[in-house]
Design a protein around this ligand. Structure first.
Ligand code: HPA
Length: 274
């Protein structure tokens, strides 16, 4: 089956539940999925009812597509995301996001939990992603290109939308905190980085580091969506903090702590898009 046929089939399955057309697609990172629960008039479609959406490989991690309104804006959110390190192919990693854009979303708000590399980044900070460095060695556009979905060679000179970044900036200011800025370094994982790797990422201009986002952003750019990316800094990157080890529990706890501010920020941004 071609990618376009797969997207059509998946869209049909979603439209069997609702024919609402989303304006904004949300990808919610580790510990941040709760935002989808705040959507109003929500229609929840489990991934297993959507042809082509890969099932989460970790047992107990239910995946849902949630369509709902927030601040008067029709949204669609992925609750549960697929990563390369789970053994998913690049195509599978980006299929859900492609589907949300296919369903009509013009804007993509993509978020992640990330380690802070930039000297100005503290745990709990929210960072607007200004650009990315894809170090996964993978690309979701490898293989035949469907010219109706997007061009063979995708321009990446201004990948993250400046206007949307401005809205994030303004919303944070209204909420009484300052957004940080930086370049997101996307790695394969699942092991965390070594201190030597982090020193290398400092040299090449990295601001935050994580195991998601870069492939999804390439696929979204291919389909012409406007992208806002936000990293929630859950820890100082390897070797930069006082802690001698880095654990997934620490990452999740700190993401949970930042959740309130994060939910308010997303609400503020959506209100400006209404
Ligand atoms: N490295 C990679 N991925 C991450 C990190 C990190 O320090 N924190 C949260 N996700």
């Amino acid at each position: 089956m071609t990618l376009r046929d797969a997207l059509r089939a998946a869209a049909e399955d979603v439209r069997a539940h609702t024919d609402r057309v989303p304006k904004v697609a949300l990808v919610l990172g580790s510990g941040l999925g709760a935002f989808a629960d705040t959507l109003e008039d929500a229609v929840v479609v489990p991934y297993e009812q959507i042809r082509g959406i890969p099932q989460a490989k970790v047992a107990g991690h239910a995946g849902n597509l949630v369509i709902g309104r927030k601040e008067g804006v029709e949204c669609v959110a992925m609750q549960g995301r697929n990563h390369l390190y789970e053994g998913h192919s690049p195509d599978d990693v980006v299929f859900g996001l492609r589907l949300m854009i296919h369903l009509g979303a013009e804007y993509v708000l993509i978020t992640n939990a990330a380690g802070g590399i930039g000297a100005d980044l503290e745990v709990g900070d929210l960072m607007v992603i200004t650009d990315q460095i894809n170090l996964t060695g993978q690309n979701p556009l490898i293989g035949p290109n469907d010219d109706e979905l997007g061009p063979r060679f995708v321009d990446m000179t201004q990948t993250y939308d400046l206007e949307l970044a401005g809205l994030a900036e303004k919303s944070a200011e209204e909420l009484g905190f300052a957004m940080k800025h930086g370049v997101y370094v996307g790695v394969l994982g699942p092991s965390y980085e070594t201190p030597a790797e982090i020193r290398y990422f400092q040299q090449i201009g990295g601001g935050s580091v994580g195991m998601s986002t870069v492939l999804e952003v390439i696929a979204a750019r291919h389909m012409g969506a406007r992208i806002l990316g936000i990293s929630c800094i859950t820890n100082k990157a390897s070797g930069l903090g006082d802690e001698e080890t880095l654990t997934h529990e620490e990452v999740q706890e700190n993401a949970a702590e930042a959740r309130g501010r994060f939910v308010s920020l997303l609400g503020g941004i959506l209100a400006k898009l209404a």
